[in-house]
Design a protein around this ligand. Structure first.
Ligand SMILES: C[S@@+](CC[C@H](N)C(=O)[O-])C[C@H]1O[C@@H](n2cnc3c(N)ncnc32)[C@H](O)[C@@H]1O
Length: 184
């Protein structure tokens, strides 16, 4: 059976360069931030964003106990403002949309800011870089984000410059799926 998370990691691993710059646009509890910190190594740089202080605190703990390198910057701000912080091109950007696991679900990613942040992330991509977006269509805002992203990304970028693909389990439409935007 397909394991979505390991498939995503395969995509990421084929684009991430040691010493490169990467972004976790939805840090949550920091599992992706930790993966990215280890993947780019001590000479790399990880920017991570979240709008909730408890996510930043939880991520800091995950990084401190998980063997992260001292190569990260945790930013309490919306990913829609990423361009104000990120310096230089990125080889990978990760979005894991939705709400903080274990929270009351009141704070979730939203269509408008998600679209702006994904556009910003694609604009930051280095050649051969990738933006991965994991979408959760099983809740209303997640379904709306999925539809908006698919509509927009189907026509927004020239195929000669970007490859925009999607992995979705067709016979389980409410299951999470991911979109990958790869720059040539
Ligand atoms: C599914 S969780 C991310 C899980 C995380 N990748 C992990 O490994 O634990 C989604 C996160 O997005 C955050 N979020 C919601 N709106 C945001 C925004 N505008 N900018 C950045 N993060 C946001 C939520 O607070 C939540 O922590």
């Amino acid at each position: 059976m397909v394991d979505l998370r390991s498939l995503e990691k395969q995509f990421l691993a084929s684009h991430i360069k040691e010493g490169g710059t990467v972004c976790d646009f939805t840090m949550g509890n920091g599992h992706d931030t930790l993966y990215l910190s280890r993947a780019v190594g001590p000479r790399g740089k990880v920017y991570a964003f979240d709008v909730q202080e408890r996510a930043v605190a939880s991520t800091r703990k995950t990084l401190e106990t998980g063997g992260a390198y001292d190569n990260y910057e945790l930013i309490l701000d919306s990913h829609a403002n990423a361009a104000n912080y990120v310096k230089g091109p990125i080889c990978a950007g990760v979005f894991n949309l939705g709400y903080l696991p274990g929270s009351d679900k009141r704070v979730t990613t939203m269509v408008d800011s998600t679209l702006r942040a994904v556009q910003c992330a694609i604009g930051l991509l280095d050649d051969d870089g990738v933006v991965l977006i994991c979408v959760y269509p099983g809740h209303a805002e997640g379904a709306a984000e999925g539809e908006a992203l698919c509509d927009w990304l189907s026509g927004a970028y020239d195929r000669k410059e970007y490859c925009v693909g999607m992995f979705r389990i067709l016979n389980s439409p409410d299951s999470p799926f991911f979109i990958a935007v790869e720059k040539r």
